[in-house]
Design a protein around this ligand. Structure first.
Ligand SMILES: Nc1ncnc2c1ncn2[C@@H]1O[C@H](COP(=O)(O)OP(=O)(O)OP(=O)(O)O)[C@@H](O)[C@H]1O
Length: 224
C-alpha cells in the first residue's frame, strides 16, 4: 500500500536557532514534516545535526523559534510527541547486560516479533547472546531492530542510522524506511550518505549558518 503524504504538518519548525555552550550553531531553520514524508538533515561534523535532533525530542535546552507537534507548541507538545516517537541516537540505547531478544522485549516485543526483527538485520543466532559480547556494529543493529517491530511509533528520529552498517544492512534499512513512509509514518534522520527514498526532502545546515550580528540567547530555553 502506498500513502500519498497528507497535507497537514505533524512537525512544524519555524525560524529555529540552536546553540551549544553559548555558541549559536544554526539560525533561521524552517521546515515541515507531514505524514508519509522523510527529511534528511545534512551538514559537516559539528554543524549541529545531533543538537537539532535532540532539540526536537526535547532533550536539548537552548533554542529560539517556534516548534510544534500536531499544532501544539513546545514544550507543551512534548508528552504527546514522546508517545508517537521512536528516537535512536548515537548512543544506541542498548542494554549490554541483556540479550538482543531481551532488549526488544523491553520495548514490548514478544519473542516471535523480536526474532523476526533481529533476523531482518542478520542477527539470527545471536538473539540470546549478551550484547556485551557483540561487536559495535551488531549492537547498532540491535538498536535498529526496533524499527522492524510491528508496532513501530509514528515518528522516527534517527541519528546516523546508516553508519556502521554494511551494504546489505543499508539496503535492508532503506527498505524499512520506505515501508514506514508507505504506511503513513514520518521520518527525520541525519546521514552523510545519499539515501534513496521517495518523498525525501534534504536540508543542509550549511545554509543556516548564523550571521555574526546574531547575539547568543540571553536566557530562557523556549521562545515559542
Ligand atoms: N560533548 C560535547 N560537549 C560540549 N560541546 C559539544 C559536545 N558535543 C558537541 N559539542 C558542540 O556542539 C556542536 C554541535 O555538535 P553536534 O553533535 O550537534 O554536531 P553534528 O553535526 O551532529 O556533528 P557530527 O557530524 O560530528 O556528529 C559542536 O560543534 C561542538 O562545538
Amino acid at each position: 500500500m502506498s500513502v500519498t503524504p497528507e497535507s497537514h504538518s505533524l512537525l512544524e519548525v519555524r525560524q529555529l536557532s540552536c546553540e551549544r555552550d553559548g555558541r549559536r550553531l544554526f539560525a533561521g531553520l524552517d521546515f515541515e514534516l507531514v505524514p508519509g514524508a522523510a527529511l534528511q538533515i545534512e551538514g559537516a561534523n559539528g554543524a549541529g545535526k545531533t543538537t537539532l535532533l535532540r532539540t526536537l525530542i526535547g532533550s536539548a535546552g537552548d533554542f529560539s523559534g517556534d516548534v510544534r507537534w500536531n499544532g501544539l507548541p513546545y514544550p507543551r507538545a512534548l508528552p504527546q510527541l514522546r508517545e508517537a516517537l521512536l528516537y535512536i541516537g548515537h548512543q544506541a540505547g542498548v542494554r549490554r547486560g541483556l540479550t538482543p531478544a531481551e532488549n526488544l522485549a523491553w520495548y514490548g516485543a514478544g519473542r516471535g516479533e523480536a526474532l523476526l526483527a533481529l533476523e531482518q538485520l542478520d542477527l539470527y543466532g545471536f538473539e540470546d547472546t549478551l550484547c556485551q559480547r557483540l561487536s559495535a556494529g551488531q549492537n547498532r543493529r540491535v538498536a535498529l531492530a526496533r524499527l522492524f517491530l510491528p508496532k513501530a511509533p509514528r515518528l522516527w528520529i534517527l541519528d546516523e542510522p546508516l553508519a556502521a552498517l554494511d551494504t546489505a544492512g543499508v539496503s535492508r534499512l532503506q527498505g524499512q524506511m520506505a515501508f514506514h513512509l508507505s504506511r503513513g509514518g514520518s521520518l527525520l534522520f541525519t546521514s552523510h550518505q545519499a539515501v534513496a527514498l521517495a518523498q525525501l526532502q534534504r536540508i543542509d545546515l550549511a545554509a543556516y549558518v548564523p550571521t555574526e550580528t546574531e547575539e547568543p540567547f540571553a536566557g530562557g530555553a523556549y521562545a515559542g
